[in-house]
Design a protein around this ligand. Structure first.
Ligand code: COA
Length: 337
């Protein structure tokens, strides 16, 4: 079995299509209810990263057929690499995944990155796979999915209006305007490092510079951002915010990563109102959108109630795992040498 490095930026379209076929073959088996990926926009999705970060990719071609047995990529950040690894359902249990993982671990080692993290989807073989390779379970979340076809828009309209006085709700397709950057980043900073153990595998922006870079990267990757904020009128502070991205290579399902209500503004209906307003805006702006997915911590999370009120249904657990690169190489290297 041959693991070879793959350069999505210069790869022919047929190779990008082969990766999409692999992702969709795995998706059919592992997450049958998830929408499938499409070639359009996938190259940019892989190639564009935040400044200072880079992504390395590998593929395992099938020696007998014109298809891929597996693909891995790793986003190399300052002190952690984030793994994405898929093996074709018909090629599992034969060491393809482990061989790809070794390529990832070697690269992290060569670049001086001490640990690797991964977001593994519950009820898929990735859970036993990463545990078998000694990854530690660091953080857990429940994914929730809202089917836009099931939304009671009248009820939702009431929620969008049900916000305490002294707050103004604003909608910004594409990202917040420059003049709101400082207040926006300050709202994010207010809930940073809340000790929940999250490995920070997804980008977030706690200062205006990083926010600017992060929005530019989202656009280049084909992840269209939508923002709704609640502004506290007496101070001009951002009291709450919610962010959604709609990925070009998977336009049927949007990701709602971050919804924050600044602690001193909680209890005013802000969380529900901004998420409700977001759904109205998405319905108008994204005609192909069928579902929105979001995540909440396994522990008691105030967002749980908000999500349930809006009609989100708990779907399955997602787990963040982490491993030290030297440990991984010690275990994987000799067995696959
Ligand atoms: C997880 C995955 C990468 C494993 O690939 P693989 O090539 O089958 O893995 P390997 O053959 O290298 O297995 C390595 C070890 O992992 C463990 N493992 C892998 N799959 C397992 C399973 N289904 N059940 C139990 N253990 C498993 C085994 O212990 C195995 O070692 P052993 O055979 O020596 O005991 C593959 O199943 C996959 O692509 N899953 C994708 C799941 C996913 O995220 N889907 C959603 C997005 S589409």
């Amino acid at each position: 079995m041959k693991v070879q490095e793959w350069e999505p930026a210069s790869a022919p379209e047929s190779e990008v299509a082969a990766v999409i076929d692999l992702l969709n073959a795995a998706g059919e088996v592992d997450v049958p209810d998830d929408p499938r990926w499409q070639v359009d926009g996938y190259r940019d999705y892989l190639c564009c990263t935040m400044p200072g970060e880079r992504r390395a990719c590998w593929v395992t071609p099938d020696p007998h057929e014109d298809r891929l047995l597996g693909q891995a990529n790793v986003l190399l950040m300052d002190d952690i690499g984030v793994i994405d690894l898929i093996v074709h359902p018909e090629a599992r249990g034969k060491g393809v995944g482990s061989a790809l993982l070794l390529a990832v671990a070697r690269r992290a080692h060569d670049e001086g990155i001490p640990s690797l993290g991964v977001e593994a989807i519950g009820e898929t073989p990735s859970i036993p796979f990463y545990e078998r390779h000694g990854f530690r379970w660091a953080y857990g979340e429940i994914r929730n999915v809202l089917d836009l076809g099931s939304v009671d828009w009248l009820k939702l309209g009431g929620m969008a209006q049900g916000i305490g006085s002294g707050y103004r709700v604003e909608y910004y397709p594409g990202g917040p305007p420059e003049e709101l950057f400082a207040a926006y980043a300050a709202a994010k900073e207010s809930v940073r490092d809340n000790g929940d153990g999250d490995l920070d595998l997804r980008p977030s922006s706690y200062d205006p510079e990083r926010l600017r870079a992060s929005l530019a990267t989202l656009h280049r990757r084909g992840l269209k951002p939508y923002i709704v904020v609640a502004v506290h009128e007496p101070t001009g502070d951002v009291a709450g915010l919610t962010e959604v991205v709609v990925p070009r290579p998977r336009p049927g399902r949007a990701d709602q990563y971050d919804t924050i209500v600044v602690p001193e503004h909680r209890g005013n209906g802000i969380g529900r109102a901004i998420k409700a307003r977001m759904l109205f805006e998405l319905r108008a702006a994204e005609p192909k959108l069928a579902e929105v997915q979001t995540w909440h911590a396994l522990e008691k999370d105030p967002m749980l109630k908000v999500n349930a009120d809006l009609g989100f249904q708990p779907d399955r657990e997602w787990r963040e795992y982490e491993a030290d690169v030297p440990d991984l190489l010690r275990k994987l290297g000799p067995s696959l040498a």
